[in-house]
Write a protein that binds this ligand. Structure first.
Ligand code: HEM
Length: 173
């Protein structure tokens, strides 16, 4: 059984619906993520992302471990989720659950020529206790140019208008 599971997890044929996004599949690493927000001190972070397919028309997304603070090496953020697409790729979606208690549903578009996925949240769920404060909107871009994947995350909270939280460039590993 374990042999079957490891074979299935590593070698299914890629589903036709996500073939145009096959450049995204695999592991991407950055040691120079930049975190900002008007309510917090700027920080740098290290992150390794993995985009996995199992033959279905969706892509699983996760950090290989955590996003770490680049100076203290302490774990910071973790999220897991899925990218889903319509058959003609006219719409794409990103859903994620985060260690802070946030859950996001984002939808958007794919620009095949630019290798760019743009998402904007229509739903952000959060816990009724603790941090972070109510997040009203999250926008996320994944853009691949050459051998570099860039992720940009902007957000709006009850206290702060839409502004950048994360900008990070990864190389494939
Ligand atoms: C704070 C959301 C990713 C590090 C926050 C806050 C929100 C938030 C709503 C509170 C801002 C405030 O208090 O005004 C998100 C979302 C993410 C994300 C939606 C999705 C990608 C990350 C990542 C890191 C990070 C990847 C670090 C590697 C922090 C830190 C704070 C913070 C250090 C300030 C301390 C705190 O409030 O816990 N984030 N974040 N965030 N975020 Fe993120």
């Amino acid at each position: 059984m374990s042999r079957f599971l490891s074979t299935m997890a590593t070698r299914p044929p890629i589903n036709d619906m996500i073939k145009p996004l096959s450049w995204l599949l695999g592991k991407w690493r950055s040691e120079d993520g930049q975190g900002h927000y008007p309510t917090i001190k700027d920080f740098k972070y290290i992150e390794e992302l993995e985009f996995i397919h199992v033959g279905q028309p969706n892509i699983q997304f996760r950090q290989v471990f955590y996003a770490f603070n680049a100076e203290t090496k302490k774990p910071m953020h973790r999220e897991v989720g899925f990218i889903r697409v319509t058959p003609d790729l006219s719409k794409v979606a990103f859903v994620s659950a985060q260690n802070t208690g946030l859950a996001e549903v984002e939808e958007g578009t794919y620009n095949e020529k630019e290798k760019e996925l743009r998402f904007e949240s229509h739903t952000v769920g959060r816990l009724t206790f603790g941090k972070p404060p109510v997040t009203k909107k999250i926008a996320r871009i994944f853009h691949c140019h050459g051998d570099t994947l860039e992720q940009i995350v902007d957000m709006e909270t009850v206290n702060t208008a839409m502004t950048n939280h994360l900008t990070i460039k990864y190389k494939k590993v």
